[in-house]
Ligand binder design. Sequence first.
Ligand SMILES: [Zn+2]
Length: 90
Amino acid sequence: MVGRDLKPSDHPKKDVRRVLEKWVGQGWMLRKEGHWGKLYCPCEAACTTIPISGSPQNEGAHARRVDRLASRCPLPPEAPNRSLTGRARD
Ligand SMILES: [Zn+2]
């Protein structure tokens, strides 16, 4: 694991904060990484990591995108979009 833990309340944008609160409440982990942070799914395969922007151009769109990506977990191992949102295939 890289970076320290972040709390959803650390995020400066309300819409994003609300989505982070929802997923962290379901066991997702939020780490300080990249431009602001990354959200790690809690499933056994750890299929999904989602980059979280600290200053999205459109906070509503960013919040919806994070929500949509998070709702895909757990992805099946053969999912073609797995490499886009998750860790490397191997
Ligand atoms: Zn997952």
